[in-house]
Design a binder for this molecule. Structure first.
Ligand SMILES: C[S@@+](CC[C@H](N)C(=O)[O-])C[C@H]1O[C@@H](n2cnc3c(N)ncnc32)[C@H](O)[C@@H]1O
Length: 270
């Protein structure tokens, strides 16, 4: 069940996402359909000869879709996708691949990226150097650690192997990613990979919470952490800071992508 929390700025958030951003696919759909209708109608009524040039019409539709999406306030990085969508579909159709390739590709992407349109947290992985840096953040004694959205589980597998005295939990909602992480965790006594939505799981009792999410999820994660985490527990966020909350520590990882860890003391003792 979705948690509804007040965001720091007063806007409602559900599963970490401000309510106004919950359905980004609707304006995208509107921009594409409107542009297709306008270009299709113009071609039919004013220049039927253009109907024989589908790529040209698709490019026109792309320009119009881009403009409509821009007017609807789409994020800037969506605009090239709006422009390319129909032209690429026309080109792909020319490849005459069997229908199952497209259906299979869609299902595969869905199983890995799941409802990224709602969670706004796609799959990208913590690299080796960052995993090593995270390992150094573990408390010296036995502890409980959770990875919120554990992806392929590589972070937890490394930590669980390095620290048999600690127990590790990972939550993942994308079915294929979860299945992979779960399979590879089998036989490890101190590692549990669970399928589900981490927003519904309490952070109480964990000594270290690890999150590699996205800017969209950080306001609600800050609230969840402050509300649920135990005194003295630490939240380590890879790359994304909690807005309006001062980090206890900021750690620069010596890797190519210049990863930065933000560490927060979110326990109720604050
Ligand atoms: C950026 S990846 C990080 C993966 C892994 N923690 C790592 O650092 O390598 C974020 C992951 O969180 C998952 N995720 C996003 N929202 C989630 C949710 N509400 N519940 C469970 N998993 C979620 C995504 O499917 C994705 O696999």
């Amino acid at each position: 069940m979705a948690r509804i929390d007040p965001a720091p700025n007063g806007a409602a958030v559900s599963d970490g996402i401000p309510s106004k951003d919950r359905h980004p696919l609707l304006p995208a759909f509107l921009a594409q359909v409107l542009a297709a209708l306008v270009v299709g109608a113009l071609a039919l009524l004013a220049a039927p000869a253009l109907l024989g040039q589908p790529l040209f019409l698709a490019a026109l539709q792309g320009v119009l879709a881009l403009l409509i999406a821009w007017r609807l306030g789409a994020p800037i990085w969506w605009l090239p996708m709006h422009f390319c969508f129909l032209p690429l579909a026309v080109l792909a159709r020319g490849m005459a691949l069997p229908g199952w390739v497209w259906g299979g590709g869609f299902v595969l992407l869905l199983l890995v990226f799941w409802r990224t349109d709602q969670s706004r947290v796609p799959l990208y992985l913590t690299n080796r150097r960052s995993r090593d840096a995270l390992q150094l953040q573990l408390p010296a004694g036995p502890c409980r650690v959770i990875d919120l959205g554990c992806g392929d589980g590589a972070v937890l597998r490394q930590l669980a192997a390095a620290r048999p005295d600690c127990s590790f939990v990972g939550f993942e909602h994308a079915p294929l990613t979860w299945a992979w992480a779960w399979l590879r965790a089998r036989g490890r006594h101190n590692l549990s990979i669970r399928c589900g939505d981490f927003w519904t799981h309490s952070l109480a009792g964990y000594d270290l919470v690890y999150a590699f999410l996205s800017p969209a999820a950080m306001p609600a994660l800050g609230i969840k952490a402050r509300t649920e985490m135990s005194p003295g527990a630490r939240l380590v966020s890879n790359s994304f800071a909690i807005p309006g909350q001062v980090a206890l520590d900021v750690i620069d990882v010596a890797d190519a992508r210049k990863t930065r860890f933000y560490t927060y003391d979110c326990g109720r003792s604050q």
